[in-house]
Every structure is written in C-alpha cells, then in structure tokens.
Design a protein around this ligand. Structure first.
Ligand SMILES: Cc1cc2nc3c(=O)[nH]c(=O)nc-3n(C[C@H](O)[C@H](O)[C@H](O)COP(=O)(O)OP(=O)(O)OC[C@H]3O[C@@H](n4cnc5c(N)ncnc54)[C@H](O)[C@@H]3O)c2cc1C
Length: 378
C-alpha cells in the first residue's frame, strides 16, 4: 500500500513511522523544513491533566504511554524528558477548579499527589517558595516534555533506515488528485506527482486548506508565544505550572516561559522582539518564581499557530469527501502524537478500526455544516 503523509511535524512523523512499520510504502511531503511548523514552537508538555471529557483524557493518557513505549523501542529517547511537574494556584478564583481537577484526576487514576513545600524546596532549590503562597502544591511525577523537532528527526530517520520510507522537504502539496471519488496521487508545487492509495493529512494549523479534490476541516486555531532565556546557572529539572504561567528547562540551562494571557494578545503569528513588552511580561512572571532569571533577560521569543479543530478536540479519521483521505490534526499533538500515529497505521494500513476514536471523527464537522445548510435553506 502506498501512503503519502503530508506534513512532518510530530503528528506527521508519528504517522509516517507507524505506517512504514506496518508495511506501507511511505512518502512524507513537507512544504518547508522537518517539524518547522507548530512542533518547533511548542511547550511540548506530555500530560492529560484538565483534559476533559473522558475520551479526550484517555487519548492523552494513551499518548503518554505511547511515548514510554517508543522510548523502549529505541533503547534511548534523546527527545524525551520525564521529570514530573509541580502545579499550584495563587489566584483565589481559580482554587475551586484546581481542587476539583485534582479530585477528578485522582478518580480517573492519573498520577498526582499533594507534596510538602519543604520537599519542593529540596527538589528544586531555585524556586522562591514564598511565590507559591498558601496554596497546596500538586505533583505529577509521570509528566514530562518532548523536544518535538528531535522527535521527528529520530522517527523519520528510523522510518527511512528500517523500512525504506522517503522524506521530501521543500515539497509543498498543492493538489490531491482523485478518480471516481478515490485518491490517485498527490502533486507538489515543483510539479512532482506521487501515486498514492491513501493520503494522511498532518498539516496541523494548515489543515483547513483545500488541496485539489480534497477539502480541509474547519479550524479555530489560536496563537502561541514562547520566550527563551539564555543559559542560566539553575538546576531546575521539573516543570512548573501556576495560574497563567508555565516554565520548564529547555536544554543547556535555557528556560522556556509561557503565559496564555500573552498568547491571547496576538491575532496572528508575527516576529516579536526579545526586548519587547511580551518578553518583558513573560520574564517578569517567571522571575517571581525563579529569581535568578530576572537578570538573565530573554534571548528569543517565538510565535506560531496552535492548531485547534473548530470544536477544540482532536480530529482523526477518514474524511467523508474522498476515499483514501485521512485527517490527523489536534491540539495537544505532542502528548497525543505517538498514539495518533498508531491509530493512523491501524486504520489506514491494517484496516483495524479504533472504536475509542469514534467521538473524534472528521464526519462531525460535515454533519454540522450539512445541518446548518439545511436549516438555512428551510
Ligand atoms: C505555545 C504552544 C504550546 C503548546 N503546548 C503544548 C503542550 O504543552 N503539550 C502538547 O501536547 N501540545 C502542545 N501544543 C500543541 C502542539 O505543539 C501541536 O498540537 C503539535 O505541534 C501539532 O503538530 P502537527 O504535526 O500536527 O503540526 P505541525 O508541527 O505544524 O506540522 C504540520 C506541518 O505541515 C506542513 N504543511 C502544511 N501545509 C503543507 C502542504 N500543503 N504541503 C506540505 N506540507 C505542509 C507544515 O510546514 C508543517 O511542518 C502547544 C502549541 C503551542 C503553539
């Protein structure tokens, strides 16, 4: 079976790896560089906390498990760090949700415990414990993070070396060709034609685009902003999450900082200055928790699209427009990616349908628009 995967981010590289492993002849077509889209600008925290409803929580937990299994498959996973997360709140209005989430996660069997602040200070002496206030701290030992660009590099390299997959960069797909309602081939901007029995569309924040005979899905994507400090002499190993703030190590002493409220100030991805207002806000917030960051400044600040299917949930499954067209797009793609890759390979290559994915099918968007059109007509 010939499978073309469009996009080489964490989702596309997972799909390509698993489809090649399942015995398909795989070609990956990437418009720009490997994993250079959203996957290159992601906080990349592997977690299922706060993820609701239950099928979405389960999918994220399956993703976390799949990361561990991949690590075992490769013997080592230079892209994966599993050092746990601390979480707390300082804003009184968010306390009820915080306690309710802890209760819900416990009930669903997720790894979370209350942890004594003295132990937090011993584990992470760089934290100013006073910044936590009176709130109890929760600890999630099984959470971690991924370097998504390295992940894609390793998986695509393995897919090439082990099973002969082909990977083309600077190969923007412009058209999916069909015959009698079935996929026949994929064409790229440079005029190449790749014959295909199935196409897996892993274009993330670009998956609303129409590609020739094949349509996209409706998106409600938002913008993400991350700031990076220069190397700082800290020994921080865990991730820190507090109200509207996420902090984690990013290698070689660099610290990555994120605030949803800064994301919300932007309408589109755009270059930002490390000396600008957004960087200042991010550094100031992180500096309250890790005081040694204050003097460090921000070295880089990056923005990108956060890919959200219109209703916010994962979209995975056969598209209703063209036989052989399969969509795999999601937020939380770093957590879910390796599991999504397995689902794609089972459904596209092995013909084994995952019933637990029923709520995530693309069909839901087309049903909604057909109903809207019928209502407008009436
Ligand atoms: C600030 C921020 C924080 C985040 N935090 C987390 C987190 O903590 N945990 C988590 O799990 N997720 C997180 N996410 C979401 C996660 O990063 C994404 O879900 C994931 O990276 C999406 O991967 P992807 O492979 O679907 O998309 P991408 O990485 O964007 O890959 C899509 C690829 O398709 C290519 N492409 C597009 N059109 C074409 C075409 N016509 N032809 C060929 N190629 C094409 C693009 O060039 C791109 O390389 C975060 C995102 C952001 C922005």
């Amino acid at each position: 079976m010939r499978v073309v995967v469009i996009g080489s981010g964490i989702v596309g590289s997972s799909a390509a790896y698993e489809c090649a492993k399942a015995g398909a002849e795989v070609v990956v077509l990437e418009a720009e560089r490997i994993a250079g889209g959203t996957s290159a600008v992601s906080f990349a925290w592997t977690n299922a906390t706060t993820k609701r409803p239950r099928p979405y929580f389960d999918l994220n937990v399956a993703g976390m498990r799949a990361h561990l299994e991949l690590k075992r498959d490769f013997g080592a996973a230079p892209w994966f760090t599993q050092t746990g997360s601390f979480d707390w709140r300082t804003v009184p209005e968010s306390m009820d949700d915080y306690f309710e989430n802890f209760r819900q996660m416990k009930e669903w069997g997720y790894g979370v415990e209350w942890i004594d602040k003295k132990l937090v200070a011993e584990m992470e002496p760089d934290i100013d414990i006073a910044a936590i206030g009176d709130c109890p701290v929760s600890y999630y030992p099984e959470e971690g993070w991924v370097d998504p660009v390295l992940y894609s590099a390793w998986l695509l390299r393995a897919a090439k070396e082990r099973w002969g997959a082909k990977v083309r960069v600077n190969a923007r797909v412009t058209e999916i060709e069909t015959e009698g309602g079935r996929i026949r081939a994929v064409r790229t901007a440079d005029g190449e034609r790749h014959a295909a029995d199935a196409v897996v569309n892993c274009t993330g924040g670009w998956s609303s685009q129409r590609l020739g005979d094949a349509q996209g899905i409706p998106l409600s994507s938002t913008i993400g902003v991350l700031a990076f400090t220069p190397p700082v002499a800290l020994t921080l190993r865990s991730q820190l999450h507090a109200d509207d703030l996420d902090i984690r190590p990013d290698g070689a002493g660099r610290i990555m900082i994120h605030k949803v409220s800064v994301d919300l100030t932007l309408k589109k991805p755009q270059p930002l200055s490390p000396a600008g207002e957004e960087a200042k806000t991010l550094l100031e917030a992180a500096g309250k928790v890790l005081p040694s960051l204050r003097a460090a400044g921000v070295e880089a600040i990056r923005t990108t699209v956060r890919p959200f299917p219109e209703d916010g949930y994962t979209c995975a499954g056969a598209m209703p427009d063209v036989a052989g067209h399969y969509m795999a797009v999601t937020h939380s793609g770093v957590t879910i990616g390796p599991q999504l890759g397995r689902v794609v390979a089972d459904e596209v290559v092995r013909g084994k349908i995952h019933d637990e994915m029923e709520t995530f099918r693309p069909q839901r968007f087309f049903q909604a628009s057909a109903t809207r059109a019928a209502a407008a007509h009436a």
